[in-house]
Ligand binder design. Structure first.
Ligand code: ADP
Length: 437
């Protein structure tokens, strides 16, 4: 970006310098023209006065200088005198605009570009009392010649300006970019980020957005750590409590198997909790693109159904998988977790004798159940980590509160969009819509 800004500023400087040189040349040329015309008029008037006083053609010879052409023309256009050429060889001058004008209005001027000589000829004509017209003319450089002479100087000036443009472009870019380069520093300090003189107003929304994101991330991380500690502590406290009772002989002999059962259950909970936490952190990290492979989701759902059959049967729940095949490019483990967790929840939050249906249509996979449903105020939040509508129900059925977070992350990783349709007391349908391959 720095290079681009510097280059653009430099181009701007260069174009301005060239434009200024060309335009000022034009203005100066215009002034130069008026000056030449004015001088010529003055000289013409002087010669006319002098000639009328002296009244002799020869006296004009003395008045004509090297560069000044003097011509005397009679009222019919015949050239009576010319200092530069023989008047006899000259054509009739009646049609010359300056002569016409002088005959009509007393005086006239004109300038014509001589293509062959590359000069510009200026004419001034004045009518004399005897009816003749005295015309004076000079040749001056035309605009191209003036430019031609000025080119070396202009080139030198433009070169100098180019160097200046480079220096200014670099310095200006540096100054412009300071607030942007220092942005990471300002982001850490809310006072600096609010300082109008340091942060460009145009960047303010960006700064605010990043700060909000950072704050949210920090809050979520803190909450997650607190939740994890709490979730781990509960089963460990119960395990160590029961183990201590057995160890100290406080537990009656007949209670020991029951306590051991509780210890085993709590340990299993700990294990699944730790497995889910590790899985979640893996899904939140960078995806391993090399692990991507074609996966067919109907077959995968059938595999999950087979694994979940015992828990479905225990609750008298019917499990069906139907619909088209759905081919997705992705990571099988993550996709398996997505489908498995949705189906597991559909069984765990169902009613005895209910149904769980997995249907695939197009690129949509829907898991629907006839369970307890989720009331609208909870629907937004159930994908958050450790968010549970009914903690004890979740725990009783072996939930960790992380299942839907894993679903969300697995879906995001595959570009799938999750949508939820649930009515309390009627059932829930969660759909994952995969993008076209
Ligand atoms: P858990 O391990 O508690 O099931 P999840 O992240 O899988 O955690 O789900 C979060 C919460 O969402 C659950 O505790 C439950 O209250 C609610 N929930 C998820 N799936 C369903 C469902 N199919 N029917 C009703 N409630 C559900």
């Amino acid at each position: 970006m720095e290079e681009k800004i510097t280059l653009n500023l430099f181009y701007m400087g260069l174009i301005s310098a060239i434009l200024a040189a060309v335009l000022s040349g034009l203005v100066f040329f215009d002034a130069f023209r008026s000056q030449v015309a004015e001088d010529l008029q003055r000289q013409g008037k002087l010669i006319a006065v002098a000639y009328q006083q002296l009244g002799e053609l020869e006296c004009l010879d003395g008045m004509a200088e090297d560069e000044l052409r003097v011509t005397l023309i009679d009222e019919t256009g015949v050239v009576l005198y010319e200092n530069a050429t023989d008047p006899a060889t000259m054509e009739n001058h009646l049609n010359r605009p300056e002569v016409q004008e002088a005959l009509e209005e007393g005086e006239g001027d004109a300038h014509r570009t001589s293509d062959t000589l590359g000069t510009e000829d200026y004419y001034y004509a004045v009518a004399l009392q005897d009816g003749t017209v005295l015309r004076v003319s000079v040749s001056a450089d035309n605009i191209y010649q003036i430019y031609g002479k000025a080119v070396p100087y202009l080139a030198a000036i433009v070169c100098g300006l180019m160097v200046l443009a480079v220096v200014f472009a670099v310095l200006l870019t540096r100054r412009l970019l300071i607030p942007i380069k220092k942005l990471p520093e300002y982001l850490d300090d809310p006072d600096l980020a609010d300082d109008q003189s340091r942060v460009y107003p145009e960047l303010k929304p960006f700064v605010t957005e990043i700060q909000t994101q950072r704050r949210d991330r920090d809050r979520i991380r803190r909450e997650f750590t607190a939740n994890v500690s709490h979730e781990l502590k509960t089963p460990l406290t119960s395990i160590s409590g029961y183990a201590e009772m057995i160890e100290t002989g406080l537990a009656r002999q007949e209670d020991v198997p029951r306590f051991a059962g509780t210890i085993r259950k709590e340990a299993a909970r700990l294990l699944s909790l730790i497995t889910d936490i590790i899985r979640l952190s893996q899904l939140e990290g960078e995806p391993d693109e090399t692990a991507s492979a074609p996966v067919e989701l109907r077959a995968l759902a059938r595999e999950c159904a087979e694994m979940l059959l015992p828990s479905a049967e225990k609750n008298g729940i019917q499990l069906t998988v139907s619909g088209d095949e759905l081919h997705v490019m992705g990571q099988k483990v993550a996709l398996w977790e997505l489908v498995y967790n949705l189906m597991d929840n559909a069984i765990r939050y169902n009613r005895p004798g209910g149904f769980v249906e997995v249907t695939i249509s197009g690129r949509k996979l829907t898991v629907s159940d006839t369970g307890i449903g989720i009331s609208p105020e909870h629907q937004e939040r159930i994908f958050e980590r450790f968010y549970r509508v009914d903690k004890s129900h979740s725990r009783q059925t072996g939930g960790t509160g992380l299942g839907l977070s894993i679903v969300k992350h697995a879906a995001e990783r595959h570009g799938a969009v999750i949508s939820l349709d649930s009515t309390p007391g009627v059932g829930t349908a969660i759909t994952a819509e995969f993008p076209e391959e």
